[in-house]
Design a binder for this molecule. Structure first.
Ligand SMILES: NC(=O)c1ccc[n+]([C@@H]2O[C@H](COP(=O)([O-])OP(=O)(O)OC[C@H]3O[C@@H](n4cnc5c(N)ncnc54)[C@H](O)[C@@H]3O)[C@@H](O)[C@H]2O)c1
Length: 293
């Protein structure tokens, strides 16, 4: 299948790689050569790691050669499926869906990897709302098993079936979610993380205590506060705001101490400091490798 992937960031590169590993021809589009180069570098590094572990069905170079890059979505005119993974911004995604609708054949499915933006809003920007759905991969895409398939109110049965079958063919486990704020993943995960911040603020326990209760007591592979650092505290605030607004309930308001860390520029691992300090001895000994949002 000829697959278009829009966005060559953390998720776009992972999605392009995953489709290429399953034998598809991929065209990855981003706004500039630098973004595409960075994306291809991360794909090469990930393929090399998987190759070392003998987890590739073909030579890494052959898989990478299935991915072409471009800086304009107009090259996607022959695509048979497009997965959009650009910035989590309704304006950016809305414009992209309008452009993709103009560029691609009318029967092509346009999927979004959005974590929280309503699918029906994106569908409204196209003349094919029945062929728009969410295909929400988890980070890192080549490793994580789940794909949350989001069914908008106008997504057709055929579109849903196609995306579900495709996710299975990629070796993933699809779960269908309704087009409700946060879908399933963030509706359940983010309030737990937010509650951990509220408990921290009330001094119910230290950050280490809270994380240890959830790892050793609940068998979570990583505590909620470390996970928040991995996801990015700014992303956590943004998703809680989507839940608060979308569900109209103050109980989803981002925790004040979470907001404070973001205002102070402490965004988590990506900024070197969040709940934990990654430049000092409080770095977790075994750095967790998985995040999701
Ligand atoms: N990072 C995660 O853990 C995670 C997990 C699941 C879903 N998501 C979702 O995936 C999407 C991408 O997230 P990310 O973490 O990869 O972001 P990112 O910032 O790493 O990458 C986004 C890329 O999109 C590109 N882009 C922006 N506007 C574009 C346009 N008009 N045309 C083409 N490319 C454009 C940017 O240049 C950038 O390279 C978001 O919707 C996010 O919510 C992220």
């Amino acid at each position: 299948m000829r697959v278009g992937v829009v966005g060559a960031g953390t998720m776009g590169a992972g999605i392009a790689q995953t489709f290429a590993m399953a034998g598809h021809d991929v065209t990855m589009v981003d706004v500039g050569a630098a973004q595409l180069e960075r994306g291809m570098k991360s794909i090469d590094a990930s393929l090399a790691k998987l190759d070392e572990k003998r987890k590739l069905g073909a030579p890494a170079r052959e898989i990478a050669s299935r991915i072409r890059t471009a800086t304009d979505v107009s090259v996607l005119k022959d695509a048979e499926l497009v997965v959009e993974a650009a910035f989590e911004d309704p304006k950016v995604k809305g414009q992209l869906f309008a452009d993709l609708d103009r560029v691609t054949a009318k029967d092509v499915i346009l999927a979004s990897n959005t974590s929280s933006i309503p699918i029906d809003g994106l569908a409204s920007r196209t003349g094919r709302p029945d062929r728009v759905a969410g295909m929400h991969f988890m980070n890192p895409v080549p490793i994580m098993q789940l794909v949350e398939v989001v069914r908008g109110p106008r997504t057709s049965d055929e579109t849903l079936r196609t995306i579900v079958d495709l996710a299975r063919a990629l070796g993933k486990t699809p779960v269908v979610s309704a087009d409700r704020p946060g879908f399933i993943a963030n509706r359940v995960l983010m309030p737990m993380i937010n509650e951990a911040f509220l408990a921290l603020d009330e001094k119910v326990g230290s950050a280490e205590d809270i994380d240890t209760v959830m790892t050793l007591g609940m068998n979570h592979p990583i505590g909620p506060l470390r996970l928040a650092d991995l996801i990015g505290l700014d992303v956590c605030v943004a998703v809680m705001e989507v839940l608060e607004r979308g569900l109209g309930d103050k109980k989803y308001a981002p925790a004040p101490n979470l907001r404070d860390l973001v205002s102070a520029g402490r965004l988590g691992r990506k900024s070197g400091r969040g709940v934990y300090d990654y430049a000092t001895a409080t770095v977790p000994e075994k750095a967790p490798e998985k995040a999701t949002a």
